[in-house]
Write a protein that binds this ligand. Structure first.
Ligand code: COA
Length: 503
């Protein structure tokens, strides 16, 4: 692909703003708040954040960093190791940054991904000083065409005092036309968001730029980091099979048809395995309305199973990147990339009646879900969009393997050590042991089913013993408070969630 800067920078007045990443980074001062493009490693600002890290070798400064979601190119690792991040929101997935967060080296605000834009619009969090946004092109009429994600870029650009554009010549020009940028009015003055079907286009093809704010254009050719998707193993395949059978039962019961309902799937191997399992299934004419599109959605489009897919980022494995981005024309009429406040908008999710599939770290015998905090205190990644979808969806499903760390941890516990999704937002839970449909069940009925169907055999009797003893204390949701975290305290003491007597 040979492209010239002129082909991409079609707003000639910006030509005199072209400079190096280091020059652009020099505009960033200590104490500023940056709004970076990027969502699940896709479409992230790359060159300027890396130049900032370089600057930190000779200068002490700290900035607050807002993004869409996770960044690629090791940017979070490099920034946190350099000690330049004071506060980070709303999501990250980086091992190094996670360890700095858990040591207390920086503040992390773990936020529903649809709400950052609302907070900025309300002025209830610190505003953005500089937005740094990756672009495929700037059009003649002054629209910024994003690359492989939209994320929070529209609100960052709107809210920021200054804008730095990373014009990425390695991104595919065919991306132009795939985005749909709709920016809602402030709350209180807002009209309904007019999306009825996943492919509905309601906005503009790019983000309107106020040219007076643009202080730099940095030309780059840096590719997105590929997704780290792990192929299905026996257990994830088993979970996918339970879910496919669950959908078949919904069809038999007349609650769904073979078209199912628009599908949302969180990132990860189970979600990918479920979607992959649909390639050879009877389900057809499917709609996807999700946050991230992973490899399997494109296999489903290729198989003629998925009609349309809406998202706010496309995150693919290396091989899939080549096959999808080199043939974008094949997918263009089926794909829509939106801002995350629209892809994850509870108003739209409830109206469309989504089937939402997300991953838990642990859930408890009553169906409360912890997606974020390892053993109650240590941040893993963040809640991401899972809460946006779980609360508003038609069927809210959580999946997890029944054990972690070679069986020393049970993912089903008496009481979750941190609550991200309360029992009220959780309809179905699935492990490789089985599935529990919790809809319409009272807490005591839920506990019976979860322990019976989802717990690993090694932990079943300890969970049952807890539940039986708790029932002797009475209550709508029986608990023995001094033993509610016994699984977690056992792990801290013995390195396994069972006490020596139970083992
Ligand atoms: N207690 C402690 N650690 C646990 C655990 C538990 N109950 N369950 C899993 N883990 C550990 C695993 O051992 C693994 O550790 P490692 O990285 O040291 O190997 C790690 O957590 C990840 O688990 P894995 O089984 O590989 O799952 P995953 O990659 O599918 O990630 C989540 C699972 C929950 C961390 C991930 O899905 C997430 O961040 N979810 C929240 C955000 C979200 O849902 N986003 C999508 C919304 S659209």
């Amino acid at each position: 692909m040979t492209v010239t800067v002129e082909e991409r920078l079609r707003y000639p007045q910006l030509a005199d703003k072209i400079m190096t990443a280091a020059e652009a980074a020099s505009f960033i001062k200590d104490g500023m708040t940056l709004g970076l493009s990027g969502f699940t490693r896709a479409g992230d600002a790359k060159a300027v954040p890396h130049a900032l890290v370089e600057r930190a070798k000779t200068e002490n400064f700290k900035v607050d960093v807002y993004t869409g979601a996770s960044l690629g190119s090791d940017t979070d690792a490099l920034m946190s190791d350099a000690g330049i991040v004071r506060k980070r929101l709303p999501f990250q997935v980086d091992r190094t940054m996670r360890s700095h967060i858990n040591k207390g080296d920086l503040y992390f605000v773990d936020q529903h991904l649809s709400v950052t834009a609302e907070y900025l619009r309300q002025g209830s969090i610190k505003g953005v000083d500089v937005a740094i946004v990756e672009a495929t092109a700037i059009t003649e009429d002054g629209l910024l065409i994003p690359t492989t994600s939209v994320g929070n870029s529209p609100i960052f650009i709107q809210d920021a005092d200054k804008v730095i554009i990373e014009l990425n010549l390695a991104s595919y020009p065919e991306l132009e036309g795939i985005h749909d940028i709709y920016i809602p009015e402030p709350q209180g003055e807002r009209q309904p968001i007019p999306i009825i079907h996943s492919a509905d286009r309601i906005g503009q093809k790019g983000i309107p730029l106020d040219m007076d704010k643009v202080i730099a254009v940095v030309v780059t050719d840096l590719e997105d980091s590929p997704s780290l998707i792990v192929p299905p193993d026996e257990e994830t395949q088993q979970m996918a099979n339970y879910l496919l059978d669950f959908f078949r039962d919904e069809v038999k019961a007349g609650r769904l048809t073979n078209k199912l309902a628009p599908l949302q799937s969180g990132i990860g191997s189970v979600a990918n395995a479920v979607l992959a399992g649909m390639v050879d299934s009877e389900f057809e004419d499917l709609e996807v309305f999700s946050e991230v599109l992973q490899d399997a959605v494109f296999d489903l489009i290729d198989a003629g199973k998925v009609k349309t897919a809406s998202c706010c980022s496309i995150t693919l494995s290396k091989e899939k990147m080549e096959s999808v981005f080199h043939h974008l024309d094949k997918y263009a009429d089926k794909l829509v990339l939106r801002p995350q406040e629209i892809s994850n908008n509870p108003e739209v999710i409830r109206r469309m009646g989504l089937i939402c599939m997300n991953t838990a770290l642990e859930f408890d015998i009553y169906g409360n879900v912890n997606s974020t905090h390892v053993l109650g205190t240590k941040m893993m990644n963040g809640i991401g969009g899972s809460g946006d979808f779980a609360r508003a969806g038609r069927i809210s499903i959580f999946v997890t393997k029944s054990t972690a760390k070679d069986g020393k941890i049970s993912s089903i516990v008496p009481f979750v050590s941190h609550v991200d999704h309360s029992e009220h937002d959780v309809d179905v839970v699935v492990t490789e042991q089985g599935i529990a449909d919790l809809r319409g069940l009272a807490p005591r009925e839920r506990a019976e089913l979860i322990i019976e169907n989802c717990a690993h055999p090694k932990y079943k009797s300890a969970l049952r013993a807890y539940f039986e003893e708790a029932k002797t204390h009475g209550g709508q949701t029986p608990h023995i408070l001094e033993k509610a975290f016994s699984f977690h305290t056992n792990f801290a003491k013995y390195g396994t969630m069972l006490s020596p007597e139970e083992n």
